[in-house]
Design a binder for this molecule. Structure first.
Ligand code: B3K
Ligand code: ZN
Length: 891
């Protein structure tokens, strides 16, 4: 098992000019014919040509039309090496046999529900044919597909359809030509029984683009929202970045077996059906929002990823960070910016920060990897709504924070001007941003190379006499594997000062580094300024501040760090009520909640009686009852930080205490605010037809969080209410929320309503997955038994990633059951990882991640988790994916 290092990157000795592929698909095997025009990078090159190839049967190998002699090449389990290729340009023809039918890894060419499809990123193309499987090999492709016409009436690949017709024996063929150069990870092929929803989009220069979303015929009605999302994304990219689609056809195919969310193959995006299909009856608001974001994401890759791609996989963030940033912005513009920001920051805290604290901690641009797929971080490790690389998006966001929207746009324009059609690096993006704006980014590049979440401490002081306000920053970047000592980072800190009247104090200058800096914009004072914190310790002093303000620091979460300020509870309540930066209003509530939860956790551990701080209760009440606020914002603001987030800030993570405390606070709030919550439910019911718009979604979000709080009370009136909501629901958002409210309390009603839900929806596998995941993630003590039973339920299938993420991944959602002190949760996960690894290493490795931070727990749990890791490590034939995570965890 080989570790690959960034520092070892070398340009390839040979480039590929054109790649002509032919696939003959059949039930037993698939034959892949490939004809590549190869040329050396440097004239007179005599280096061997090394091709990647895994699980391929080589049938024939020709150079310039002649079959190669056995002595002239070497073939092993991973490579095909031509020891002395001809000098100059030559053609390389291979014929290989593969077996998509038995490919359960869902990487390369495989079958899903009777249809053929591909997944090549990051390194799946080598499972299709012999190739230099690396993104800096960019070539022009044609692809001919031959298959049985009745079984596979639709044959798709990248680019334009240039020919199609019948062949004898009931077969037919299609030839596709992609006019753009691309790396092989963007190659795609689909063959099957599919129908399409068609629409058109006229680009701003007048090009008419045919848009087609392909699914099995029965799912077509559920593609309307995806089509809406696609058209919205195409328009948005033109409006915001001036980027237009570049072909006459754009295809999306939905498949039910897919390792992650979707894949941006050139003009043939392949999607996990979970992030395409939606109807009001079967999909929740959250699903609708995810679909919008993922459709946007994959579409935006056409420029950021496809037209300009990565030189090597270490540069993943070049395309993923940037494209996630773009989809975040798109969703913000389509809905509520604040709510989207809150959701994204919650994502960073839930997925990125924990990773930064564990053995897989790595910089945005890793220095090495064993299996690249392990480096797609964020939600994608555990859920099909993966669009990976949230932290990379935060880095891109910082450019925009520093440059402003127009400056950022200038940087993007220059990036495309310089690099269209190229495979480039993170520095190239950095340089474009810098050069287009003549900007001084100091040591900003450290964000790409230094791992760990920086912690920024702030000490504040008001000098009434001098009328000045000082912020003293000190930063620490914690050590991570292989990086014991860190340098201070360049942290953009957006700051406003809120006066006693609750309004922002206009700021015009700040004293820093011995100089007075003007911070006006167009000659006018500003409400928010971005401080450039670059040193280990550093002070900024605002002058002419006539009254003692409360500072609003890190507005909009201007950098992906942990902030530790000396603000008092009173300051935080003040910000919660007054901050003009809505994100920081929410954040003030979160900081208060984190402090409260931590102090109750310590009471719990000391066996003391838990008492809820009355001021916190009042804070929640005033937000809940403030009708001037956006309802979705209220829903977010009254949601407590997750259990994982609290465990992360404890010295020794204690899942039982954190769960007990979070449950206690929820129940207390529900008891004390029972009437307010009841009114909230009653006043926010849906009366109209389902619509995906912010107002309606916000109303449902508020109603359903109120119902969730009430559901924590084990009381008959509430059960009746929730049952009523369940029965009268006209959309899945409301139906599922009431089911989840009832799911909190074990007993007859819960069992009945779960059974009823299954009865209703057993024909719809996406809805059934929600049912699996709700039960699996239940905190009911001993729920592991139920989860084990569900493994044998007809609705479960271990070969389908979505089902695994729902049931096995869902189980990990219950911290108390996963970390049960009898070791039952760990044992279960250990068994599952081994089973999954034989079928699908990518899915297995996403599950094994639950063990990676075993050192964060008490000794008993450490020993139990370590035993599972060792058991997995001892297994023969472990995949590279799982090996990498387990070995790093044990190191
Ligand atoms: N680029 C893909 C992710 C591929 C993951 C490979 N294991 C999807 C996306 O970025 O949306
Ligand atoms: Zn992506």
């Amino acid at each position: 098992l080989k570790e690959i290092f960034l520092k070892d990157y070398k340009q390839p000795d040979y480039f590929f000019d054109t790649v002509d592929l032919k696939f003959t698909l059949s039930e037993e095997k698939t034959i892949v014919f490939s004809k590549i025009v190869v040329y050396p990078r440097l004239e007179g090159c005599s280096a061997p040509l090394v091709l990647d190839g895994i699980d391929l049967k080589l049938i024939s190998l020709k150079v310039n039309g002649d079959e190669l002699k056995v002595d002239d090449f070497h073939h092993d389990a991973r490579h095909l090496t031509l020891s002395a290729p001809p000098s100059g340009k030559f053609t390389l023809e291979t014929v290989t046999e593969i077996s998509p039918q038995t490919n359960t890894s869902l990487e390369g060419l495989y079958k899903s529900s009777g249809n053929f499809c591909t997944q090549c990123e990051a390194q799946g193309f080598r499972k299709i044919t012999f190739f230099q499987d690396r993104p800096d090999i960019m070539a022009k492709y044609t692809c001919r597909i031959e298959a049985d016409k009745s079984l596979y009436p639709v044959l798709l690949s990248n680019g334009n359809l240039i020919e199609q017709g019948e062949i004898e024996g009931g077969k037919h063929f299609a030839v596709w030509e992609d006019p753009f150069v691309k790396p092989c990870y963007l190659f795609a092929l689909v063959a099957g029984k599919l129908e399409s929803r068609d629409d058109t989009f006229i680009t701003r220069s007048g090009r008419k683009v045919l848009l087609r979303i392909w699914t099995p015929v029965e799912d077509l009605p559920k593609t309307a929202h995806a089509m809406y999302s696609l058209k919205a994304a195409m328009k948005w990219d033109e409006d915001v970045f001036g980027l237009e689609y570049d072909l006459d056809l754009f295809n999306i195919v939905a498949v039910s077996d897919f390792n992650m969310g979707a894949m941006e193959n050139k003009s043939l995006n392949i999607f996990n059906s979970e992030v395409v299909l939606a109807s009001p009856e079967t999909a929740t608001d959250a699903d609708y929002a995810t679909i919008l974001g993922v459709i946007g994401h994959e579409y935006f890759h056409n420029w950021t990823g496809n037209r300009v791609t990565c030189r090597d996989w270490f540069q993943l963030s070049l395309k993923e960070g940037l494209t996630v940033f773009r989809d975040q912005e798109f969703s913000s513009d389509m809905g509520s910016r604040t709510v989207k920001r809150i959701a994204d920051v919650t994502g960073v805290r839930t997925y990125q920060f924990p990773e930064d604290m564990g053995p897989m901690a790595h910089p945005v641009r890793p220095h090495s990897y064993i299996k690249m797929d392990n480096f797609y971080t964020g939600k994608c490790r555990i859920s099909p709504s993966c669009i990976g690389h949230d932290i990379g998006a935060e880095v891109v966001r910082m450019y925009k924070t520093l440059l402003g929207a127009p400056g950022f746009r200038k940087g993007m324009d220059l990036y495309f001007k310089r690099h269209d059609g190229q495979a480039v690096t993170c520095e190239d993006f950095y340089s474009a941003m810098r050069d287009a704006n003549d900007a001084d980014f100091f040591n900003f590049l450290l964000w790409y190379s230094q791992a760990g979440t920086p912690c920024l401490k702030v000490v504040t002081a008001y000098d009434a006499q001098a009328k000045s306000y000082s912020l003293k920053f000190s930063q620490v970047v914690p050590p991570t594997p292989g990086q014991p000592v860190k340098e201070p980072m360049f942290i953009p800190v957006a700051v406003g000062l809120v006066g006693p009247n609750g309004k922002d104090i206009p700021l015009s200058s700040v004293y820093h580094d011995g100089k007075l800096e003007t911070i006006t914009k167009d000659g006018q004072p500003v409400n928010t300024t971005v401080l450039r914190v670059t040193k280990k310790e550093e002070e900024f002093v605002f002058s002419d501040i006539r009254e003692c303000p409360v500072p609003s620091i890190l507005r909009g979460y201007s950098a992906p760090i942990r902030l530790d300020s000396d603000l008092t509870d009173a300051d935080l309540y003040f910000l919660l009520a007054n901050d003009s930066d809505e994100f920081n209003r929410w954040e003030a509530g979160q900081v208060l909640a984190r402090k409260l939860m931590l102090s109750l956790v310590s009471d719990f551990q000391k066996n003391e009686k838990l008492v809820l701080n009355p001021q916190f209760l009042l804070g929640v009440k005033s937000i809940l009852c403030d009708s001037s606020l956006d309802k979705e914002f209220v829903a977010k603001a009254i949601t407590l930080p997750g259990e994982g987030e609290i465990m992360d800030i404890m010295e020794i993570a204690d899942p039982d205490a954190v769960h007990a405390v979070r449950t206690f606070i929820r129940k207390q709030l529900a008891t004390e605010l029972r009437d307010e919550f009841l009114n909230t439910v009653k006043n926010n019911r849906s009366s109209e037809q389902y619509e995906f718009n912010h107002t309606n979604m916000a109303r449902r979000a508020l109603k359903n969080i109120a119902l969730a709080y009430l559901g924590s009370l084990e009381d008959e009136e509430i059960t009746e209410l929730a049952l009523h909501e369940y029965k009268t629901a006209t959309n899945m958002t409301d139906q599922f929320a009431s089911l989840a409210a009832l799911d909190q309390n074990p007993g007859k009603t819960r069992d009945e309503v779960l059974a009823d839900f299954y009865d209703k929806w057993q024909h719809d596998f996406l809805v059934v997955n929600k049912w699996l995941s709700l039960q699996a993630s239940s905190n009911i003590p001993g729920n592991i038994e139920n989860v084990r039973k569900l493994l044998n339920h007809p609705a479960f299938d271990i070969r389908n990633p979505n089902k695994v993420y729902s049931l096995i991944g869902g189980f990990c959602g219950s911290r108390v059951n996963l970390h049960a002190k009898d070791g039952s949760g760990y044992k279960f996960m250990g068994e599952m990882v081994l089973q999954l690894d034989k079928l699908n290493p990518q899915v297995a490795s996403s599950m094994v991640t639950v063990f990676s931070r075993w050192k964060r727990y008490d000794e008993t749990r450490q020993n139990l988790a370590k035993a599972q890791l060792e058991m997995i490590m001892a297994e023969n034939g472990l995949s590279e994916n799982v090996f990498e995570i387990v070995s790093k965890s044990l190191a």
